[in-house]
Design a protein around this ligand. Sequence first.
Ligand SMILES: C[S@@+](CC[C@H](N)C(=O)[O-])C[C@H]1O[C@@H](n2cnc3c(N)ncnc32)[C@H](O)[C@@H]1O
Length: 175
Amino acid sequence: MENFDRPKKNIVREFVASFFGKRIKQTHQLLTLETSDWLFHKEMPNQKLKVYQLPTKDFEKMEQSKPKNIKLEKGDINKKVLESKVKYDGAYIDYCNNYQTNRTPIINMLKNKKFRSGSPIGFTFSTRLGRQVKNRIPTRTRVKSELRPYLTHMSDLPYKDISHGPMVTMLFEVK
Ligand SMILES: C[S@@+](CC[C@H](N)C(=O)[O-])C[C@H]1O[C@@H](n2cnc3c(N)ncnc32)[C@H](O)[C@@H]1O
């Protein structure tokens, strides 16, 4: 399992936790991605979290070490959210890959109103442009313009990650 306890990642996580801490009730479920180190939970220990994890070895470890206020389910977050009837009060989806890979499910989640109006929502993407990226438009510009019908943009935190290269964390509010 990759170690996400890294100085820059820790600063981003603190920034994200402070954004969500001001905008979501602790009793509401915040949808997110985690690892068996539960670093995001440690930053917001009293927040109820709903976590999806792919069927990795880490999933088994997570099941064994899961804190009480976390609901953990196996599966791809992009599919599970679309299939579920639940409406979330917030989401921080810390993707390991780029926007292009996730754009269709993200847009479908928003079109299908999987998040309550006014709820905070954040994403982390790699900003490296793979060959498949349309028109080579920089990630932040493209995300803001494509998600504008559904989200109000709040702030961005670009950073360089040792193993993933250039990344950006983008924070919004659902319209
Ligand atoms: C970047 S890490 C999360 C790090 C955590 N937010 C933190 O601050 O330490 C992403 C985690 O989600 C899992 N993951 C990535 N894509 C996923 C997907 N589409 N559905 C479910 N889990 C996913 C990865 O296996 C990994 O454990």
